[in-house]
Design a protein around this ligand. Structure first.
Ligand code: ZN
Ligand code: ZN
Length: 362
């Protein structure tokens, strides 16, 4: 059993998902504590507003560069003993081999979809996740939640049924027009002091729970902090697993395997099935790909080969530039005879360094 000592912390790897006001504070604290490795994950680039909110995103020529890279450079100058790694992509595009050695995933993003995607990685890899969120300037409040994985409540469990359905259908189901707007969070300007307080709670409680396993750490908890004057409050409560959360619905018997990125999937699947007395193996995609889309303006049809959530948020028609699109066909699973099985994982845009989910039918 590990414990909360300097030596234990020096041997740990932690991932920080989101490098804005909250994530850059959490990363700074991990540096101060002497973490062994910190993996910084954020697809966004530094904009002028970030320069005001985070000193660690501010440096010569940082505008327009990836936040994760600027943050790593600046923090490495202060904390050279920590190994700073960066991935300038969305959490849903991070290969699980990059995450599996982490002791903890810190979720520091300001959008719920990215939190669901972080929660999914935590769920698949059985890693604990410490989620943190801020409310805006007028509210002075924040929340952190310990989601240890296993049988405990996961990120999805704590969302209401309607919100869960909305988020999952946005990412998973083609039965929604791409133009239907997701009920998105309204990122509010946070105060640097609240970011600092909430990030400190996230890092401190998260590391203590991750390093001292006990009965206590097998349950999911949330802590809510509210600091409007003069009535300040601090609540902690248990989060119960939700009976209809899809991530707890059945015992998972699939394997997670490394597949060659440049070998056609039909060859990889044949090898996988040969390893288990020719039980047919299929690749289950973590997030479905849109393989055929139609423009709602000019009716152009094409193969975007993008994750459905990416198409819905950022897809545009290659013929006319329209963003109102319909997903006509999606791909969630590949079997040997499928029309896409001659493609390689790289051609399908699947993440490098991944652990792919292989299901076997009896
Ligand atoms: Zn759940
Ligand atoms: Zn078009």
């Amino acid at each position: 059993m590990t414990s909360y000592t300097r030596e234990a912390i020096g041997g740990l790897a932690v991932a920080v998902v989101g490098c804005g006001a909250l994530g850059s504070e959490a990363a700074r604290l991990l540096g101060l504590l002497g973490l062994g490795t910190v993996l910084l994950i954020d697809p966004d680039r530094v904009e002028a507003t970030n320069l005001i909110h985070s000193p660690y995103l501010r440096s010569k020529n940082s505008l327009g560069r990836h936040k994760a890279e600027v943050l790593a450079e600046n923090l490495a100058a202060h904390f050279p003993d920590t190994h700073w790694q960066t991935l300038a992509c969305e959490i849903a595009d991070v290969g699980f081999q990059r995450l599996r050695r982490c002791a903890l995933l810190l979720s520091c993003t300001d959008n719920t979809l990215a939190r669901v995607e972080t929660g999914y990685a935590a769920h698949r890899l059985r890693l604990p996740m410490m989620d943190a969120g801020l409310k805006g300037r007028a509210v002075w409040s924040g929340r952190v939640a310990w989601l240890p994985g296993g049988r405990a409540a996961c990120y999805l469990c704590q969302l209401g049924e309607a919100r869960r359905a909305e988020l999952l259908s946005f990412s998973l189901s083609a039965a929604q027009s791409c133009s239907a707007p997701l009920h998105t969070d309204q990122p509010l300007p946070s105060t640097p002091t609240m970011a600092s307080i909430v990030a400190a709670l996230q890092v401190d409680l998260g590391l203590r729970l991750a390093l001292t396993p006990s009965e206590l750490t097998e349950q999911a908890y949330a802590w809510e902090l509210s600091l409007p004057l003069p009535e300040t409050s601090w609540h902690s409560f248990t989060i119960r697993p939700s009976a209809d959360c899809p991530w707890h619905s059945s015992e998972d018997s699939s394997d997670m395997v490394i597949l060659p990125m440049d070998q056609p999937l039909n060859e990889s699947l044949a090898q996988q099935s040969a390893q288990t007395e020719n039980q047919p193996a299929s690749l289950e995609l973590d997030w479905p790909l849109c393989v055929k889309a139609r423009c709602n303006r000019c009716r152009h049809l094409w193969s975007p080969m993008l994750r459905l959530a990416v198409l819905r948020r950022r897809g545009v028609c290659p013929a006319c530039g329209e963003s109102s699109l319909s997903a006509i066909e999606t791909l969630a699973r590949v079997t040997i005879g499928d029309s896409f099985a001659h493609l390689t994982p790289r051609q399908l845009g699947l993440p490098p360094d991944h652990l792919f989910t292989i299901a076997r039918s009896l």
